[in-house]
Each structure stands twice: as C-alpha cells, then as structure tokens.
Design a protein around this ligand. Structure first.
Ligand code: SAM
Length: 326
C-alpha cells in the first residue's frame, strides 16, 4: 500500500492522536465550566490498539505523529506509549501539552523519543492565567517549560490563543518572554468549537490586525519554517524569535491540510471542523485484519471534506477540541 491521497489531491501524512479527552485545566474557550461528560477510560483505545493503528498509518505513508488530548500527560504511562510509537520509526513524533506536568515528564518524554514539544500558554500573569484555565497555576507551566529546555527540546513552541479583551494586551510580553528563553511563539485565532461558540465569537481577534500592530514595534521578516505546518512565520529581526500566525478563520489553509485526527475512543476524524468520521475501535475489537484496517483508513481519507466552514456556520461544530484531539 502506498500514499493516502484524498479527493482534493492532498497527501495525508500527519496523524494527531488524542490519548484522552480529559484535561487538568478548563480553558474557557476549550472545555465548558463544569463539563463532566468525558469518555469512560474503558472506551479509550489501549496502547496496543493505538500502536496497531499507527503501524498501519506508517505503512500508508504517514511520517508525522502528534500525541495530544485533552491533556496527554494525564494519561497514565503515556511515556510507554511514546516509546512504542518511537519504535515504529516515525521520523517526527511530537507532543502538545498544557505544561502542567512537564517538570517531571520532560526528560522521560525526550528519552522515550518525543522530538518536538508544543506548550499552550495564554498569559504570563498568574491571576489571569488562573482565570483563563479554570484555576491553573502558571508557576507549574513555567517550571515545565524550563525542564523541557534543560531536557534538550528544541524548538519549543509556545501556543497562545488570541482573545480580544482577555490577553491581547500581553502579546509584547509573550514575545519578550520567548526571546529571552529561546522559544518559538505561535498565535492562534479562537475557533468557534464546542459550546464556546458565542464567547469565541466575541473574543475573536483577526490576526492580520495583530500583525499590523506588532509591526509598529518590531521589524518582522517573513521566513519559511520547514515542517512548520499551517502557520505563516515571521522573524523578529535582530533576534532568534520566529512568530507563527495560525489563522483558521481569517485565512484558512484547508487546501494544504495534510492531517487526520484519531480520538481517544478510536474515532478517526477527517476534519476539525466537520463531522466526517469512521469508527476504528469497532473494527479492531471485531478482530479485523491489518489489511481491513488499511482499507478502511484509505476509504476514510476519501471522505475528507474540502474545508471547514467555521466562517459560514460558526455554531456548527459542537464537538469539543479536547475530544477531537487538538
Ligand atoms: N492539552 C494540550 C494543550 O494544552 O496543548 C493539547 C490539547 S489542546 C485542545 C490543543 C490546543 O488547542 C491548545 O493550544 C489550545 O489552546 C487549542 N484550542 C482549544 N480550543 C480552541 C479553540 N476554541 N480555538 C483555538 N484553539 C483552541
């Protein structure tokens, strides 16, 4: 079997694997306050099942895998899963985390084979950070970031969701923080996913306007970042800082989408902003062969829609990002 190519001639070479829909934070734009309808852990794919699905994806040409969630570091023994996936020979094995548990886990994750880390950080002010994250402690994330640095991760990407009236007065502080510590910084437009649709619309900030604002203070030079994904990158001249702007709303990048998402319960989602999906867990638990699994994945890729429709139907997707795998 060879490459996975969809109806729109896009080559699928990247899988995001959510290992749990649970999280130890409650970011306002992600998980609704008091949300309790998580999957039961018995419903999650086992490590054997995840490894088996990924082995088939690798045979089909996938060479990038990101472990995510929910918060992947709340899944027990996640480091063992990393070792198993690294054993499949995936050249680019990365992980997204909120950083809360990174101080203890950075070194083991690196030793197990994680090559790159993304850490979410929306504010550098402890009170505000706590408000945005539903009680999170900024200190823990900062300790986690320093541990990741000393474990040798490079680059470390900081992901910030841009929110009008919430953290848009902190972008310059975040830039200075990233310059001092040698992190890459990526700013993301709030997407109207889950139950946050209305709030997300109010907080939405068009990143073109942020770029213009930052250009008044910094000399920003466009750069190409190999493997940099859908972000548009600018270097702050005179520094090593590269800033990525991820604009799913104001300038979507669906025509270059190269990914699919495996949820913790084994549902394969073909698009973050559409419902097209296939249940791989049912297939595995009915003793399907690797051939049958590969055929199902090829057929699923054939369902991949052309694009999301956040712009036209902002309330459309009620599925939470924590469920799909961010
Ligand atoms: N827990 C991990 C983390 O914090 O990075 C991984 C999962 S989290 C769902 C992945 C990313 O999705 C985070 O950077 C988060 O900020 C982003 N995210 C969640 N909901 C979002 C939304 N409505 N709009 C934009 N980004 C969102």
């Amino acid at each position: 079997m060879d490459a996975l190519i969809d109806r729109f001639h896009r080559r699928i070479e990247y899988v995001r694997v959510s290992v749990t829909d649970r999280c130890d934070l409650r970011c306002t734009y992600c998980l609704p306050k008091g949300f309790k309808e998580f999957d039961e852990p018995e419903g999650w794919l086992t490590f054997d099942e995840i490894e088996r699905i990924l082995r088939v994806f690798v045979r089909l040409g996938v060479h990038r895998v990101r472990i995510t969630g929910g918060e992947p570091l709340v899944r027990r023994n996640v480091v063992d899963l990393v070792s198993r996936l690294a054993g499949l020979g995936i050249p680019d094995l990365s992980l997204s985390t909120n950083g809360v548990r990174l101080a203890r886990l950075a070194r083991p994750l690196r030793a197990a084979g994680v090559s790159r880390l993304n850490v979410s950080l929306d504010s550098l002010r402890p009170d505000r950070f706590s408000e945005i994250t539903g009680g999170g402690r900024l200190r823990k994330v900062c300790d986690g970031l320093m541990a990741a640095k000393s474990a040798g991760f490079s680059p470390i990407k900081i992901n910030t969701v841009a929110m009008r009236g919430v953290n848009d007065d902190e972008f310059e502080d975040l830039i200075e923080f990233c310059i001092v510590h040698g992190f890459m910084w990526r700013l993301i437009e709030t997407m109207p996913i889950g139950s946050t649709g209305r709030a997300a619309q109010k907080q939405y900030l068009d990143l073109q306007s942020v770029r213009l604002r930052l250009a008044e203070r910094y000399d920003l030079v466009p750069v190409v970042v190999p493997g940099g994904g859908p972000a548009r990158y600018l270097r702050v001249s005179g520094t090593d800082l590269v800033i990525g702007f991820i604009t799913p709303i104001s300038q979507h990048f669906c025509e270059t989408c190269n990914r699919v998402r495996l949820a913790a319960d084994g549902t394969l989602y073909l698009c973050l902003g559409q419902e097209h999906s296939v249940d791989l867990r049912a297939l595995l638990r009915a003793d399907a062969s690797d051939e049958a699994l590969a055929e199902t994945i090829v057929a699923a890729v054939g369902l991949k829609p052309e694009r999301h429709e956040f712009h036209e139907f902002p309330q459309k997707i009620m599925r939470l990002m924590a469920r799909t795998g961010g």
